[in-house]
Design a protein around this ligand. Structure first.
Ligand code: SF4
Length: 98
């Protein structure tokens, strides 16, 4: 899944996709994601909820977890679980770094 499509799926009230090119231009690391093809239902959730054990386990063994977290930390508009972190956890991580 690429950034434009993810943004469309995971950012409330996001705009229409801008182009097919954006859909096809996803970061290469996403092709190795453990969650690839798993659907987004378990990953898009209320910011205060803890991810399920299944999601935590999947992210814990994901070969691109570091890339995933870094990607989400750079994009504060993204919601849901990224790299096993919740939206609230990422906000706290950004404050720690700032
Ligand atoms: S770390 Fe988790 S959310 Fe990120 S790509 Fe891997 S399985 Fe998916």
């Amino acid at each position: 899944m690429n950034e434009a499509l993810l943004s469309w799926l995971m950012v409330p009230n996001s705009a229409e996709l801008r182009s097919v090119t954006e859909v096809l231009a996803r970061p290469r690391w996403m092709t190795a994601a453990a969650c690839r093809g798993a659907g987004v239902a378990e990953f898009v959730m209320d910011a205060k909820r803890t991810p399920s054990e299944a999601v935590q386990a999947m992210c814990g063994r994901c070969p691109v977890r570091e890339e995933c977290i870094a990607y989400a930390l750079e994009r504060d508009v993204l919601v849901g679980i990224w790299g096993g972190t919740t939206e609230l956890e990422r906000r706290a991580m950004r404050r720690t770094v700032a």
